[in-house]
Design a protein around this ligand. Structure first.
Ligand SMILES: Nc1ncnc2c1ncn2[C@@H]1O[C@H](COP(=O)(O)OP(=O)(O)OP(=O)(O)O)[C@@H](O)[C@H]1O
Length: 602
């Protein structure tokens, strides 16, 4: 639909005003030759297409719409362009333009001789008058267009928008504002803002003319609206003129976002953990299977969990898997490493702080990790490193499910599941007064202990292959497995750093290895050294046997294990074939060439 239709009432008012002033009939046509407004005989033609109207015809209106020229028809019956059909005698036409576009025209039409004389005698003045009317119409079109665009922008925006007048009465609001406040537009418009947000500084902004940006505000407990409103609010004064000295504050625009949405955004951008599941916890041992079954069960409740185990046993991995198995899986999982944050910062990191709480604090305050974890899970890693004064605060949170920000007085309810973990011996710490007993019992409602790798050696091959697969792909090497000897060496290592150390060792080996299977020479020196030490402490006979075994295995691998190969190997080693066969048997060497240790199943 042409833009003139959006202001058809104004167009009709103008048409009638012109006729009332000069006594000549008026029609206002859009760019499709449709009559938008008119007086006299045109009144009943509103909404119809101009007769003979066709934009490509030679018809005068088409000509004006194409060229944007003003036109005066002095003698309609003899005009080469004019096709008089209603006894028109003369006409003055003026295009209506909006920017570079011609959006319609106004025509003054004479049907009597007296009107014709008037038109022709005053054609200059009338044209100036029509130009002004056309300008008025096009301004109205632009204004309406802009206002419609603004309206849709305001409605599509995800922020709540409210405008208030100088007295603080609400004059405009968008749909998001209705939702966030919990009141419909009909109730909001005309209300004083302070009747729904009692402490809002908006009147101060209006009196000082100084707005503010993204300030955290919390409103609650008034009669009209939702019970708790927690927003980040920006208030901008509205000025009557953009430039002094005439500019005066005539109101304010308030744009606000729900704090929960802001938290969600912060989580998505900065904290979002990759999804994880219990299946990712690898291990066939009975101990780890038990842990997984138990974790699955307890994931469904909200009770606090305390995971213990040596460093690198997978406490973090388990905490993550529990969260993503729990009903809170679509809500945030926030991890705080209590041991990695300086004591002085840990409190504000966990509980947040109010604006200006301490020197160096941000002006707008800070949301703490507990608040960020709302409705989700907080994983407090290295809980044994938490200083005693914070242990008291944490105990309070666990008991009352609420926090108070540093420097604040408000109490903020939190719905957060707590999973804590430590590699330290909390019982011993309690005895030494380093860990509060009451907190320990609150935390260990559900205790889970992850056994060290040394306690579940049968998981080592599986974990080694899992790590090999990961780093082989990452580094881009074709390594199929571990040589038998390497595997034995790794199986006999005690892995004090548990799975983390195992992963690091494999990453190192994949980087170093030039063969198609990991050889002992590629594994970290630390592990090899221990192996050598063990070997050095063994008897001469044992050491000789180990070396002899390695030599024969290497020959079998390189030359093959067929009867002919064995004849050749014996010859090369300077021993008889029967000695070779005997030593293969005695040293437990596989008849087949000792293929690299390749993963078979999980
Ligand atoms: N059972 C497992 N299966 C597969 N990977 C594991 C397993 N356990 C641990 N890992 C991996 O080992 C590494 C160390 O795990 P994680 O950080 O969870 O250990 P942690 O016990 O929390 O260590 P720390 O006490 O030092 O914080 C991670 O890369 C993790 O993915």
């Amino acid at each position: 639909m042409s833009s003139l239709w959006e202001i058809k009432n104004t167009a009709q008012d103008i048409a009638e005003a012109i006729t009332a002033a000069i006594g000549i009939e008026v029609e206002i046509i859009d760019d499709q030759l449709m009559i938008v407004a008119g007086t006299g005989r045109y009144t009943e033609k509103i909404g119809q297409r101009e007769e003979e109207g066709n934009i490509d015809s030679g018809y005068i209106y088409s000509h004006i719409l194409k060229t944007g020229e003003e036109y005066v028809v002095e003698d309609a019956r003899h005009d080469e362009f004019y096709h008089a059909c209603e006894n028109e005698l003369a006409e003055v036409c003026c295009p209506i333009t909006s920017g570079n576009r011609i959006i319609g025209l106004i025509g003054l039409v004479a049907f009597t001789e007296a009107q014709r004389v008037l038109l022709l005698e005053s054609q200059r003045e009338l044209m100036i008058f029509l130009r002004r009317m056309a300008y008025l119409l096009s301004s109205k079109v632009s204004e309406t267009k802009m206002s419609n665009e603004l309206k849709s922008i305001i409605e599509t925006i995800h922020h709540g928008i409210i405008a208030v007048d100088r007295q603080g009465f609400i004059t405009l609001c968008n749909e998001t504002a209705e939702k966030l406040i919990g009141l419909g537009r009909t109730r909001l418009l005309g209300l004083r803002l302070i009747s729904i947000w009692p402490d809002s500084p908006v009147m101060e902004v209006i009196s000082t003319g100084v707005g503010y940006k993204d300030r955290e505000e919390m409103y609650r407990g008034h009669s009209h609206a939702a019970s708790a409103m927690h927003f980040f609010t920006t208030v901008t004064p509205i000025l009557s003129h953009q430039l002094p000295p005439d500019s005066q504050v005539v109101g304010a625009v308030i744009s606000f976002r729900d704090a929960a949405d802001v938290r969600k955004l912060v989580y998505e951008i900065t904290e979002k953990e990759e999804h994880s599941s219990l299946q990712e916890i690898i291990g066939r041992s009975e101990q780890i299977q038990e842990v997984k079954v138990y974790a699955e069960k307890v994931s469904q409740s909200n009770s606090t969990i305390l995971i213990t185990g040596e460093s690198g046993t997978g406490k973090g991995l388990l905490a993550k898997a529990i969260h993503f198995t729990s009903p809170r899986k679509h809500k945030p999982l926030i991890t705080v490493n209590c041991g990695a944050i300086p004591d002085t910062l840990l409190e504000s990191e966990l509980f947040g702080y109010e604006a200006g709480a301490f020197t160096g604090a941000s002006k707008s305050g800070k949301v703490g990790k507990f608040e960020l974890a709302q409705e989700g899970t907080i994983f407090l890693d290295e809980i044994g490193d938490m200083p005693l004064h914070l242990q008291v605060k944490l105990l309070h949170v666990l008991q009352h499910r609420e926090i108070e920000r540093v420097g604040g007085t408000r109490v903020i309810p939190v719905d957060v599941r707590v999973i804590a973990a430590t590699s330290r011996n909390l019982e011993k710490m309690m005895q030494e007064g380093e860990f509060r007993e009451d907190l320990y019992f609150r935390l260990s409602v559900i205790p889970i202990r992850i056994p060290s790798l040394f306690e579940r050696k049968e998981d080592i091959p599986l974990l080694l292959h899992h790590a090999l697969e990961k780093y082989r792909r990452l580094i881009g090497k074709e390594i199929r497995g571990f040589e038998q000897e390497t595997m034995e060496l790794l199986l006999n290592y005690h892995w004090p750093g548990n799975i983390r150390e195992l992963e690091n060792a494999v990453e190192y080996a994949v980087n170093m290895e030039t063969e198609s299977a990991i050889t002992p020479g590629s594994i970290p020196e630390r592990i090899l050294k221990l192996h050598r030490q063990k070997l050095t402490n063994a008897t001469l006979k044992t050491q000789l046997n180990v070396f002899e075994k390695q030599i024969i295995e290497r020959y079998l691998r390189e030359m093959g294990s067929s009867v002919e190969s064995k004849i050749r190997i014996a010859r090369r080693l300077g021993i008889s074939e029967s000695t070779l066969y005997r030593r293969i048997r005695e040293l437990g060497i596989h008849e087949k060439p000792p293929a690299p240790f390749v993963k078979n199943d999980k």
